[in-house]
Design a protein. Structure first.
Lengths: 276, 321
């Protein structure tokens, strides 16, 4: 065990994710300034001891906004990926356990879900219910369901042919009990890897939807909306676009690398290749 | 009590099991031998109701008088563990690597016998003790990778015994174990079958293990039963050329270095390429003209023993004339 080296992807990814999550958690209890307080006298203030990254066009503290936005972003990604993962994995397990037409039906409906762009779905929801972060959560969760259904079904179908599953069947276990006790724990690794990667995608999607005005509504800060507001001020105050952009970059890169690193660590095929 | 008659299993490519009949009464120990591809494992699976999808099963499988051929999954599930249980070839892979072995064994106790977790643990401990697991108390909370192959096979036997089955199907339980451990496992199986008045269906290609373990023997080739009889008799005086071939292909210490190990030439062809007549034709050293074309009928060789071979038929006719 001791000679197993952690991949650089994993280490860098974990560090970035820890940083982003730490800041997001911290924003719940502390920010340098209240993020929504407008102080027009202080607008476009440069970086200083008072405002570490300066202020925006309404004199709001940039660091505080970025921190709260990190919290919002994490919350949206966590809820969306969480719901998508639980529902999708359940469907995947069900498909693998039942087989036959149940499996066909679930997988074909999943294909339909795949064909449906998240953005279009979010626009539809926003048109019907008004733009909000909830719309973003539902839209991202929705596109995540078929992804997790597909990953978990493929992994579960393999596990169903393991000898210990035959042994459990020979011991009279039902399909539901086997799925819960034997299949689920043994497909956890690929599902967790997928969840980490989908987390990165969710952050990006949330930023995109908020940029389009379908997500976080003022005064709730969001990296995507901060970008879109800074767009018109690009020549006047480029830092207002650069910092939220950098935040999105760091968060997405962190989760992406972490997912890759976890995959390298848990995929037996890759482990074998590395040993050889 | 399990009775099988005329059991055939057919895939899209052709028959995999043809007209198999067997019966195992409580306390009776029946061996099934044959090389890989002879249909032994499929036979075991069919007795558990776990034939893979896409294969058609015909004939009769009667368990305690109830006809189970064509029964649905839930009917089979009611019988599994309580009427018949099964242990597997690879004790390495037949245990979930992520579960404590104690939990694996306690699971059917809780589900089928309705025991409380505490009582199930005690029963699992008693089963570990009965199957000769060393230091059973500590083993309960260990994971499969912490156990040796022999200990894992004992855990699987404990799992199979959990709900007091009437029949234990052992599918090559000693193949993955070294000779010494295999010897102890077969002794354990015999002891358990005797003490519990439990039927044992012992599937193996290890003739030594079969002769130690079973009273009656069934030799399979290419999905057919070619010979059956009392184990000692069949091994002493094999009636079918295939059985004789299997026996002479055993390595023996006495002859070590003095001769090449005799083998049966070739290997079992895939189901769709098996000859129409005697399945063994093409590999048999004593083949006569009608072997390949005509399926031989069983010829009684002793009370409750028979072999299906044209040579025997010819000889029986010769003796009758």
């Amino acid at each position: 065990m001791s000679e197993r080296r952690l991949s650089p992807n994993l280490v860098i990814g974990a560090a970035l994710v820890t940083l982003v999550c730490g800041v997001a958690l911290l924003s719940v209890i502390w920010t340098p300034h209240p993020h929504a307080v407008i102080n027009v006298a202080q607008k476009f203030a440069p970086a200083s001891a008072e405002h570490w990254l300066g202020t925006d066009q309404l004199g709001r503290d940039l660091v505080s906004q970025l921190m709260v936005a990190a919290g919002n972003s994490m919350m949206v990604a966590m809820l969306a990926v969480g719901v998508g993962c639980v529902l999708g994995t359940s469907l995947g397990l069900l498909a693998a356990a039942r087989g036959g037409w149940t499996e066909e039906a679930i997988m074909r409906v999943s294909d339909l879900g795949f064909a449906f762009p998240a953005l279009l779905f979010a626009i539809m929801l926003a048109a019907a219910y008004g733009p909000s972060l909830s719309v973003v959560v539902v839209a991202i969760a929705f596109i995540n369901i078929p992804i997790f259904a597909r990953v978990s079904r493929a992994a579960a179908n393999q596990v169903w042919h393991r000898e210990y599953v035959y042994a459990a069947r020979a011991a009279g276990m039902g399909r539901f009990a086997i799925s819960r006790d034997h299949i689920l724990p043994n497909i956890a690794a690929p599902v967790i890897v997928q969840a980490t990667i989908e987390f990165a995608v969710a952050i990006l999607t949330e930023a995109a939807l908020s940029y389009l005005g379908l997500g976080a509504q003022p005064p709730a800060p969001s990296w995507g909306r901060m970008l879109s507001e800074a767009q018109t001020l690009m020549y006047l105050a480029p830092q207002l676009a650069i910092w939220p952009g950098l935040c999105i970059f760091v968060a997405v890169l962190g989760f992406g690398l972490l997912g890759d690193g976890l995959r390298d660590m848990t995929d037996p095929r890759l482990v074998r290749e590395r040993r050889a | 009590m399990i009775e099988v008659e005329g059991l055939s299993i057919t895939s899209a490519a052709g028959p995999i099991l043809r007209d198999v009949g067997l019966h195992v009464a409580p306390g009776e120990r029946l061996g099934v031998v044959g090389e890989s591809g002879s249909g032994k494992t499929l036979l075991a699976m069919s007795l558990m109701g776990m034939v893979p999808d896409g294969l058609s099963v015909t004939g009769s499988i009667r368990i305690d008088g109830a006809e189970m051929c064509g029964a649905d999954e839930s009917a089979w599930r009611r019988l599994r563990a309580r009427r018949m249980a099964m242990i597997f070839q690879e004790p390495m892979s037949a245990l979930n690597p992520l579960r404590r072995v104690g939990d694996t064994v306690a699971e059917p106790l809780i589900r089928h016998l309705g025991l409380a977790p505490r009582a199930a643990r005690d029963k699992a401990l008693a089963l570990f003790d009965e199957t000769g697991i060393l230091d059973p108390e500590r083993r309960l909370s260990q994971y499969p990778h912490q156990l040796s192959g022999g200990q894992r096979q004992r855990v699987l036997i404990a799992l199979a015994l959990a709900c007091d089955p009437e029949l234990l199907i052992a599918d090559e339980p000693t193949t993955a174990l070294d000779a010494n451990v295999a010897l102890r496992i077969t002794r354990l199986l015999v002891r358990l079958a005797e003490e519990r008045r439990m039927g044992l269906l012992f599937i193996s290609h290890d003739l030594a293990a079969v002769s130690r373990t079973t009273e009656r023997l069934m030799v399979m080739y290419g999905g057919d039963v070619v010979e059956t009889g009392a184990t000692a008799e069949v091994l002493r005086a094999p009636a079918h050329p295939y059985t004789a071939g299997l026996l002479s292909a055993r390595p023996s210490l006495a002859a070590h270095g003095k001769r090449r190990l005799p083998t049966i030439p070739g290997s079992v062809p895939p189901p769709q390429e098996l000859p129409r007549g005697c399945r063994f034709s093409g590999r048999c050293g004593q083949e006569i003209a009608r072997c390949a074309a005509e399926m031989p009928q069983p010829v009684t060789t002793a009370p409750d023993s028979w072999a299906a071979c044209h040579l025997l038929q010819a000889r029986a006719k010769g003796a009758g004339a």
